[in-house]
Ligand binder design. Structure first.
Ligand code: SAM
Ligand code: MG
Length: 221
């Protein structure tokens, strides 16, 4: 693989159609400033998520895994003025940084961060009658991705788009003997996705400024 070329082309694309404004660059800067890991989606992936949200006319988005709110900002910008995005984050420090970034982006009235483990909050959302969501982006810890998918289905309607990030893991999903918990989580999720009769799904490989990876896309039947 020619990673250098993939990175250069990724920069070329983001310069053309994935330009970040000050709110997005500040969100990225906040990772370094607060010692958070640089594991947000890339600018072009953020733009891709925004386009997906626009394609499904999303008024109601759910995100699992906020970090600094970078992907949150890209997706929330696709919402109409009365649209809402709920994002779940286990780490209160990440949630606090994300809240500031979301306020800076002028999205505080549309975005709600819920702090806690996704597997605790998802049943609460379901019990409260939240949703159905138009789009659900799964990007939290990888081992329970299959469980996140089951909860996403419960919070969906026919036509809901479910997107799951990082399901290729530098190609390591091919390694049947992998002991890496994230790889095993992705393998288990991909199997569950493929076997599900509730969705029409595919997986896109992605190259660029981030590690070689991929996103799963599933439309609920
Ligand atoms: C890959 S980062 C999210 C990146 C973000 N979606 C973006 O692209 O800008 C994963 C986030 O999930 C959070 N997380 C980890 N385990 C979690 C859990 N059980 N429930 C909710 N969030 C979790 C981590 O603290 C981290 O902030
Ligand atoms: Mg990710």
């Amino acid at each position: 693989m020619n990673n250098e070329l993939f990175e250069s082309v990724d920069h070329y694309i983001s310069k053309l159609v994935g330009q970040e404004d000050e709110a997005l660059t500040a969100a990225t800067r906040s990772l370094k400033e607060t010692g958070m890991p640089a594991i947000s989606v890339s600018p072009n992936q953020g733009k891709f998520l925004q386009i997906l949200a626009l394609l499904c006319n999303a008024k109601n988005i759910l995100e699992l895994g906020t970090l600094a709110g970078y992907s949150t900002i890209w997706m929330a910008r696709a919402l109409p003025s009365d649209g809402k995005l709920i994002t779940l984050e286990a780490d209160p420090k990440h949630a606090a940084v994300a809240q500031k970034n979301i306020e800076r982006a002028g999205l505080a009235t549309q975005v709600q961060i819920k702090t806690g483990k996704a597997l605790d909050i998802l049943p609460q959302l379901h019990a409260e009658g939240a949703g159905p969501f138009d789009m659900i982006f799964i990007d939290a810890d990888k081992p329970p991705y299959a469980e996140y998918f089951e909860w996403a289905l419960r919070l969906s309607r026919p036509g809901t788009l479910i997107v799951a990030d990082n399901v290729i893991r530098d190609g390591r999903v091919l390694d049947k003997n992998s002991t890496d918990a994230a790889v095993k989580g992705a393998q288990r999720f991909n199997k569950v996705l493929a076997a599900s009769t509730a969705v029409t799904a595919t997986i896109l490989q992605m190259v660029g400024v981030k590690e070689y990876d991929g996103m799963a896309l599933a439309v609920v039947k």
